[in-house]
Design a protein around this ligand. Sequence first.
Ligand code: KG4
Ligand code: ZN
Length: 356
Amino acid sequence: MNKSPIILGIETSCDETAVSIIQDNESGIPKILSNIVSSQFDIHKEFGGVVPELAARSHVEKINLIAKKALDESGVSLDKISAVAATSGPGLIICLSVGLNFAKSLASSLKIPFIGVNHLEGHALSPRLQTNINYPYLLLLISGGHSQFLSVNGLGSYTRLGTTIDDALGEAFDKTAKLLGIEFPGGPKLEKFAEKGDPNKYKLPKPIINKGGCNLSFAGLKTAILRITKYINSEQEKYDLAASFQKTIEEILYIKSKIAFKEFLKNPFEEKSFVVAGGVAANNGIRKKLTEVSNENGFKAIFPDIKLCGDNAAMIALVGLEKYKIKKFDNMDLEANPRLALDASAKFLKGSGLIY
Ligand code: KG4
Ligand code: ZN
């Protein structure tokens, strides 16, 4: 094994073609030698959402080029790579397969290990690309497909404390944005709209706020917004609705995080770290509000850099590196798993009938 292993990571689970090269470091924080992310916004925006076939085709067209770019930028030659890691799930199966097959071919031609990575584990460990953080820590993972509170106990060890019973938070942002006429993906632009509006103009529901522990629900918000948009005429009213939505989300996360803190502390820990990761963790208002609730409750709030919140391959390479160190390699018959979970023992929880 190399003294300081170098991992090439690949991410193609949805609409980003990403390749990154990272190197282990004595500090415990790996060095990101390159981190190339190519988004497909232009391909999907006219459809208002990701079209799987178009996404997969674009991955096929771009993966070689992006890998070459990542290698060139890193200054690392192929013979110095210790292992190839790629997202194996969850995600769109035809998209996952592109990255997985590319990784398998590369690893086998270089005769180095191939490592399959859970995309969610990439998000979960992403702050470790920038800071030394001890296990266990509390994680709020908020992305386009997932919204969960988890105890991160170590590599491959997660306990789910709460999850969304309907929409993911990113989905709620994107759907609300669409209703306001903002083009896909609307989350980041919705935040900008919100900055220009009155957050107290519209009163929106906070589903299951007083029940269901730290489980989350956002579908009711979308219905309420749909109703209000029918009566909206001016741009200012759109800004006001965006601001009211942003404020409501912040309040929901504030309250649910407090509940999650209590759940997490059922086992008392010396260090109380609260990591917020995933695409929606890029939202400044949410970062501010969750820093506030963390400070009030003796937790240290940790957010990945904005560029590491959204989908990227550095986080995949990071999990690959951790697995490489303990020689947790995969066979070439590893298949893409669109439903891969972090806590496989957690029960299926969709629909308010399951919440009490
Ligand atoms: O983690 P991610 O890049 O992809 C998934 O794994 O799903 O998350 C993408 C989601 C999208 O729904 C996007 O609209 C949302 O994150 N997002 C935001 C912001 N930036 C990205 N939502 C709210 N505010 C933002 N600033
Ligand atoms: Zn993601």
